[in-house]
Ligand binder design. Sequence first.
Ligand code: FAD
Length: 565
Amino acid sequence: MKLVIVGGVAGGASAATRARRLSEDAHIVVIERGPNVSFANCGLPYYIGGEIADRTKLLVVTPERLESRYKLDVRVNSSVEAIDRKSKQVRVRELVSGREYEESYDKLILAPGAAPIRPPIPGIDLEGIFTLRNLHDMDRIKAQVDQGVRQAVVIGAGFIGLELVENLVRCGIPTTVVELQDQVLPPFDKEMTEPIVETLEKHGATVLLGESANGFERGPDGLAVRLKSGKALPAQLVVLGVGVRPESKLAVEAALDFGPRAGIRVNEFLQTSDPDIYAVGDAVEVRDFVSGDPTQVPLAGPANRQGRIAADNIFGRAVRYRGTQGTAIVRVFDRTAAMTGASEKTLRRSKRPFRMVYVHPTHHAGYYPGAEQMTLKLLFEPERGRVLGAQAVGGAGVDKRIDVLAVAIQAGMTVFDLEEMELAYSPQFGSAKDPINMAGFVAAGLLRGDHPQVDVAALLEKPTSQRPFLLDVRTPTEFAAGSIPGAVNIPVDELRSRLVELPQDREIAAYCQVGQRGYLATRILRQVGLRAVNISGGYKTYGLVNPQSDRENQVLKAAITKASC
Ligand code: FAD
């Protein structure tokens, strides 16, 4: 068996090493356009910022190591230029010498990845405008930073864009991020990204949302980034982080099938429309694990797993790729945002029925020093309660909760299973009722009808005249520091004795800070026959949905605190 692999980084290197473990006899050729194989793309921003100080740490495995340990025939600085499916050969060009030759294959794996998008806007090719994909790009950006950059602009506030912003700011460079959408981290639901905007601004970055670059010009101070709004930003460094596009040229020219999202179409065994050619990683389109629809998710975990599975299938083990969930995480300064499965916006887009809850627990027992609050949003089926997706934003412990929920989604678990999950607890690590259990309790209670709830966004969409009676059950001090407009304050501890103050013939929407006292209030009111619902996630969620009003309230709160000191 002769296996040829195009691309020697995440998917390609995984496929090659797995193939060797399955067959000592196979001739395995890895052809990589760049000078390195198996480098840590995900670490590149942190070398620019200095957090990773030693560049060699980014070279996870060298070509020499792949040759000596895995007996792989590794050809770096070599590009596959064409595939001849009939004769089962690829044409390879050695980039240093320019020599071209044909290489035959029995099976071929395409792992060419995805290239950063360079939108065709005027001036895009000017010096000082970069993208970040490999070590070469990283070295060029780092060299520019080391030369002295007074202002930087990052175009695109996705994962890589924000990692760059953080690292440039860490280098002491005033940095502006420009994002076309009205939120950062577009795969997330907007309200979940508000704490990320807050932390970016707190650390000195400028965030321009709903804004885009129309062109680049040479200016007196390096570059001028022209924005849609007419503004111009001076910069000596511009990095584009506006997404990636599958490297599809080879597959297009070989007339392989493509999916609706421009990725190479593969079946569940990662076979393309040619049964002797497999494809993996950022270049392919796979099945979305939750929706079953075609999806294209450029993440390292799926690429590595797919590489392994393609090799399994080639060497006689029939292994199905289950689909991609889109489990992702990013740290932005002191905040972490993570998600798995479907988001509210993808569910709405596909018109799939769902319910959702927000909880705002601390990552470990509140009484133990250092507890950090997180916001966890859980999306689930309205009937059976099967978990469809989750997002979390906060500090410590966000990673663990999203990973648990990623497993729950894979296992087809329901919110009732989350109630029962037994997770490791001592005060330094969690709570006897872990945030996962809490989300399960709230979601399961909702489905059982224990405490009907209303989402803040849905509530605010209604005209004021059609809204329920708003009942704030927090303390007067909390109420004074900010409340939902029109709310009446009756603290939960006084509720039983002040029932007469409530309307008997109107729906009552109760809320507290995070949802817990609101839940208790709802239970009290429903048991005396009142039509009460709980506002999901309480005032904290209101603050995420209405960041402006929340910021105004923060100012007010600070003033009240100062006045009462
Ligand atoms: P790649 O790893 O990109 O490898 C493809 C290789 O194929 C390239 O080296 C390319 O030179 C080579 N190639 C292409 N065409 C040819 C050809 N014709 N001939 C020969 N060689 C060819 N993902 C995460 O999950 N978490 C993260 O934190 C994260 N951070 C990232 C940060 C950065 C800066 C970047 C750039 C990516 C990050 N990713 C992250 C994404 C992750 O790196 C990719 O999803 C993953 O590397 C994709 O693997 P792949 O094998 O498909 O492609």
